[in-house]
Each structure stands twice: as structure tokens, then as C-alpha cells.
Write a protein that binds this ligand. Structure first.
Ligand SMILES: [Zn+2]
Length: 350
């Protein structure tokens, strides 16, 4: 089994992230990558560098004006008087979470401050000189994993960093710029008729949900911490079940603060059952390790062993499976949980 990663993904090295009204060092940093690589190699995976598949696969998910913004924002922002080291928004348009399910079109504003507010959903996506290249390379890693399945591999791991599941069609947020799992799903559809994206990161994948909310060809299922007092706050509730042709193809399983291994494993079992009931012929797992009790963002009580159990559970489906890296911010828990998961997965998927 292969995993994909490009050193270009390390060029995103932001220095600013706002937590509880203070600017601190971002949790999402390049040091996560070597920990993940070590864990995957210990589980027997071999590293491959992704090819450059160009922009077309990204533009199946993201608006071209958004991609252009990400590419140009840093240089434009630097022309502001006394500009800070990274692009950060300080204004936001009024809009509700439900608006995010629609195509907003390009903004009327042309200035960089207004565009930063339009395209940047929160204060976690500080954009510096190397951000676009890293996010682009992370998307290419997801595409390479999808192509690996299309050329016959039964499973593949896309070590995407920066992560993707909070990225909308035209909005970055939650450390995410391009929605890597969604881009991979688009690359796989055609060959596969129906794909499930199952997301066990401790945060709801609001970007992924929004992208596929009105579609039946991609089932999105997520187990995550109850968003009523937790990121992403405005999406991830159990009554969000899809709309139009996508009605019934969105499944949210929020867990209460303090939920334990048994709760976490049972919810993952329900996601697995939903994929079986939907007769999907390929699986994408949005894999975050931040439900782990040692993670600095976790409100759950999930152990390393639970990741081995859910790895076994998803492996047993024996579907073509692409695992896409999302969150996980304790370097030791990231290494332990990803290794446990892959060992469990490979024991039943073989
Ligand atoms: Zn997360």
C-alpha cells in the first residue's frame, strides 16, 4: 500500500491563529507531517510523490475566482500600508450557514480586505508566501491517491496537509484551503458510481457537507463533537440530512462532550452501515486523529485503541478505500492513532 506526500506541502508555515481572543502559534503546523510519515511507514506503507495533475481536478470542486484569490492574496495584501506577515480577515459579509450550500458567485468587492473577508471564513487560515503552493500540493496528493485506486490499488493514503474538510467551494476555514476529500471524490466518480466520504475527525466536515449537500452520488457521513459549543458551530447537526436530490445522503452523528471509546466506535459502526445501505462502490475516509483524549482540541475521551477498532471496522468493508488526512494536533497522539488505525485497517482489508 502506498501513501502520497510532497515536500511542497511543508511550505505553508503560518505564525498566527486566534484562540479565545489571543493570537497564538497555529496547531496545524508542518511538524505533523514527519510524525504521520513515520507512523505510516511503521505500518508498512511506502511513500510516493504525487504528480502534478493541474488545476482541472481542483476546479471541479472550487470556484475559479476563489482559486485565484488564494493564489494572489498574499502578494496583494503585502501592498497594504504596514501589512502584517500573513493575510487575515477583519471584516465579514453577513450571511447564514444555509447560504453556504448555495453558489454565491464572485463578490462585488474588489479590494483585498473585502475579498479576504468574503473568502476567509475565520481566523485560522493565515495565508503567507508558501500557502498556495502547499495547499495546491496537498490537493495533488489527494488526486494522486484517487488515481492510485483508479489504476487498481485497493487502498491508498493521501497525507494531505494542510487539511481539507472545512474548505467550501469558495471559502477557506478551519486550517483548510482546498477540500482534498471532495476533490478526490470528483476524481473517482465516473469510474465509481457512488462514493461515501466518511469523516471521523472530531470536527464536523462542514465544507464537505456543503459541497455535496444537494447530491445523491456522494454520501457524506460524519461522527464529530456536538457543534453547539464547538467548531464549526453552525453546521454538523443531526437534522441536516441533505436537500433536493441529496436528501438522505447526509448523515451527522454528533457526540456529547466526554463521549468514550464505546460511543465513538458505535457511531463509526453506524457510518459504516450507512455506506453499506447506500451501496457505495468506493470509500473515502476523512481521517482526523483529534478525537484522541490527548489532543489539545479534543473534548472526547477516545483512546489509541479505538482507532485500531475503527480501522478494522472500515477495512472489513473491503471496498476500494482512499484515506485522506484531516486533523490531529498532538504530535504523539497523531503518530500513535494513525499507526493503530492503519494496522487495524490492513488486518481486515487484506
Ligand atoms: Zn479536526
Amino acid at each position: 500500500m502506498r501513501y502520497f506526500f510532497s515536500d511542497q506541502q511543508l511550505s505553508h508555515q503560518p505564525k498566527q491563529y486566534m484562540v479565545h481572543g489571543r493570537i497564538v502559534d497555529p496547531f496545524e503546523n508542518p511538524n505533523r507531517a514527519p510524525k504521520l510519515m513515520a507512523a505510516l511507514e511503521k505500518a508498512g506503507l511506502q511513500r510516493n510523490t504525487p504528480k502534478d495533475y493541474g488545476r482541472a481536478p481542483i476546479l471541479k470542486v472550487h470556484a475559479d475566482h476563489y482559486v485565484n484569490f488564494l493564489e494572489q492574496a498574499y502578494a496583494e495584501f503585502q501592498k497594504l500600508p504596514n501589512a502584517g506577515p500573513e493575510v487575515l480577515p477583519n471584516v465579514h459579509p453577513f450571511r447564514g450557514a444555509s447560504d453556504d450550500f448555495a453558489d454565491r458567485g464572485p463578490p462585488r468587492v474588489t479590494g483585498i480586505i473585502g475579498r479576504a473577508g468574503w473568502y476567509m471564513g475565520d481566523m485560522s487560515c493565515a495565508t503567507m508566501a508558501g500557502t498556495f503552493a502547499a495547499a495546491y500540493a496537498s490537493a495533488q496528493t489527494a488526486i494522486a491517491g484517487a488515481k492510485d485506486l483508479l489504476s487498481g490499488a485497493r487502498a491508498s493514503f493521501a497525507l494531505c496537509r494542510p487539511p481539507g474538510h472545512h474548505a467550501y467551494r469558495d471559502r477557506c476555514s478551519g486550517f483548510c484551503y482546498f477540500n482534498n476529500a471532495a476533490i478526490a471524490a470528483e476524481a473517482m466518480l465516473g469510474t465509481f458510481k457512488r462514493v461515501a466520504i466518511l469523516d471521523f475527525d472530531t470536527h464536523h466536515g462542514d465544507g464537505t457537507q456543503a459541497i455535496f449537500y444537494r447530491r445523491s452520488d456522494v454520501l457524506y457521513g460524519s461522527v464529530h463533537t456536538d457543534p453547539s459549543a464547538y467548531y464549526p458551530h453552525f453546521a454538523g447537526y443531526a437534522d441536516e440530512t441533505g436537500a433536493g436530490p441529496g436528501e438522505g445522503a447526509n448523515l451527522n452523528l454528533p457526540l456529547a462532550f466526554g463521549a468514550n471509546d464505546a460511543d465513538f466506535i458505535a457511531a463509526n459502526q453506524l457510518l459504516r452501515d450507512a455506506a453499506v445501505a447506500a451501496s457505495v462502490d468506493a470509500l473515502i475516509l476523512s481521517a482526523g486523529w483529534d478525537a484522541h483524549r490527548d489532543d489539545p482540541l479534543s473534548k472526547l475521551d477516545v483512546s489509541t485503541d479505538a482507532y485500531a477498532r475503527i480501522g478494522e471496522l472500515y477495512g472489513k468493508l473491503r471496498l476500494p478505500t482512499l484515506i485522506v488526512q484531516e486533523g490531529g494536533y498532538s504530535l504523539s497522539a497523531v503518530e500513535a492513532a494513525s499507526h493503530a488505525f492503519m494496522t487495524g485497517f490492513r488486518s481486515t482489508h487484506a
